[in-house]
Design a protein around this ligand. Structure first.
Ligand code: NDP
Length: 479
């Protein structure tokens, strides 16, 4: 097949055992291409190649790694429009957001190029005279990186870049729904001179390829982003192999709106946080916790703004919300819309939307009069749906915000420094936003959450070194 896109294993493009179709969720008649599914044997071949390539890679030192990451960053930037086009076409994010995500991937590579040169250690006095102690960081070895469909450029970048920066070899398994963007990134990493075996792309189903990565004895660590259910399964497998593990999973992120909030800021933050990227963000503002005094005005304004959002094809510049990513995700979203009504909510929006092409278009939805105990207010939907929960005061808002199995991102809209400060200190979440959407984070600072949202050390920023290195303590006696 002429449009077959292959796996990258030990520096060679290899076919796997079958091809899968990649289709555009904005236009089902648009076949993007065929992508090779790797086999368990391919995973083994890549893991062995990675292990064999490590000594020479590590001997080249940090400057070679920094230079490589810098070249990759420049190339991603140079191709940002075409990669963004692919991302919008296969995932459904509108083009401007898709290009911004690709540019963010370039920034991440550039940042970790710098970090490659900043691996610090400690020199510590020994309790024994004449003995010196050095505490240094070393690469883990071969790492398996498993990524979801909703950020097909940024999430692979924020795992691959620190892994390479700190001297590891990578096996990347992207989500099966969006192999196209990962394939373009892999081509750039390869063409910019990453040594054979140090970066491998293994496409295909998680149940085969992802699982083989987790089970492989040469893989010393797994970094995963995706759903809680898959995260749990991976944790069991990783424990069996005693692998280092980092899991980033879902969220049911609270956004509190207090009576003293600036209404404009609150509506803009909630509109963006709940519905942009079709709500398909783990940091989406999916629980809007609104104080009684501002509730009615806020709901009226937000519902008006939400209903004015233009839902349409990702590549149409007039679209503000692209399609849902897949038929399974769309079915799930529509089931939750029906459930919201059955649980007693007043539902605004949420129905299927017509588009100029056959795609998975859905109008964004608000579930009014929700209670935090309802399933629609406690389970992650991962679509353009937000539950609105009315509360009487700050203390109730904080209690509701904290009453969740998740703890990824949390926001508050308020003009009160006292409430903002109390919220920042007392909310149980890995990231806190004041007068900002819960989604939308910088690339150079830690990302992650608490409870069911995250497990292991933080991704991104300088903290990524914790995961991608291991610590060695050396003692020496000079006589
Ligand atoms: P999934 O958990 O279904 O898949 C994530 C990745 O895991 C995919 O590459 C998938 O492969 C792979 N996978 C599936 N089964 C296995 C297995 N048994 N062993 C190893 N790997 C496996 O999540 P989605 O891709 O559907 O992403 C949506 C979810 O991700 C949401 O719940 C969202 O909250 C979460 N998410 C969290 C983020 C965070 O940083 N906290 C960021 C983005 C998303 P395949 O595609 O082939 O199924």
């Amino acid at each position: 097949m002429t449009d077959a896109h292959l796996n990258l294993i030990d520096g060679n493009w290899l076919p796997g055992d079958h091809l899968t179709e990649n289709r555009n969720p904005s236009d089902l008649s648009d076949l993007i291409g065929h992508y090779a599914a790797a086999t368990v044997e391919d995973v083994d071949r890549a893991a062995r190649a990675a292990q064999a390539a490590l000594p020479a890679w590590q001997a080249r030192g940090p400057l070679a790694r920094a230079d490589l990451l810098d070249r990759i960053a420049r190339r991603i930037d140079a191709e940002a429009e075409s990669i963004g086009h692919m991302l919008a076409r296969e995932e459904g994010k509108i083009l401007s957001e898709a290009i911004a995500e690709v540019r963010r991937a370039a920034q991440i590579f550039r940042f970790y190029g710098g970090e490659a040169l900043r691996i610090a250690g400690d020199a510590i006095a020994s309790v024994r005279p004449g003995v010196d102690i050095e505490v240094t960081r070393e690469p883990l070895g071969v790492v398996g990186l498993i990524t979801p469909w909703n950020f097909p450029a940024a999430i692979p970048a924020w795992k691959v870049a620190p892994a390479l920066a700190f001297g590891n070899a990578v096996l990347l398994k992207p989500a099966d729904l969006v192999p196209g963007t990962a394939h373009l990134l892999a081509r750039i990493i390869h063409e910019q001179g990453c040594p054979a075996g140090i970066f491998n792309l293994l496409m295909g189903p998680g149940s085969v390829v992802g699982r083989a990565l987790v089970d492989h004895p040469l893989v010393s660590a797994i970094s995963f982003t995706g759903s809680v259910a898959t995260g749990r399964a991976i944790a069991r497998g990783a424990a069996e192999g005693m692998k280092k593990l980092q899991l980033e999973m879902g969220g049911k992120n609270p956004m509190v709106v207090l009576d003293d909030a600036d209404l404009e800021i609150a509506v803009a933050a909630c509109l963006n946080g709940a519905f942009f990227s079709t709500g398909q963000r783990c940091t989406a503002s999916s629980r809007l916790i609104v104080q009684a005094g501002i509730h009615d005005a806020f709901v009226t304004r937000l519902a008006e703004a939400m209903q004015a959002l233009r839902v349409g094809p990702a590549l149409d510049p007039s679209s503000q919300i692209g399609p849902v990513v897949s038929p399974a995700q769309l079915r799930g979203n529509l089931d939750y819309v029906a459930l919201a009504a059955a649980e007693g909510c007043e539902v605004v929006g949420g129905s299927l939307a017509d588009g100029p092409t056959e795609g998975f278009f859905q109008r964004p939805a608000l579930f009014l009069k929700a209670r935090n105990t309802m399933r629609v207010a406690s389970e992650e939907i991962f679509g353009p749906c937000a539950a609105v929960i009315r509360v009487e005061d700050f203390d109730e808002a904080l209690a509701v915000a904290n009453d969740s199995d998740y703890g990824l991102s949390a926001g508050i809209c308020t003009g009160s420094l006292r409430h903002a400060r109390a919220f920042r200190h007392r909310v149980r979440a890995g990231m806190v936003m004041v007068n900002l959407p819960t989604a939308g984070v910088d690339f150079h600072v830690p990302f992650g959450g608490t409870r069911g949202s995250s497990h292991g050390s933080r991704e991104q920023g300088r903290q990524a070194v914790e995961f991608y290195t291991t610590v060695k303590t050396s003692y020496s006696f000079g006589g």
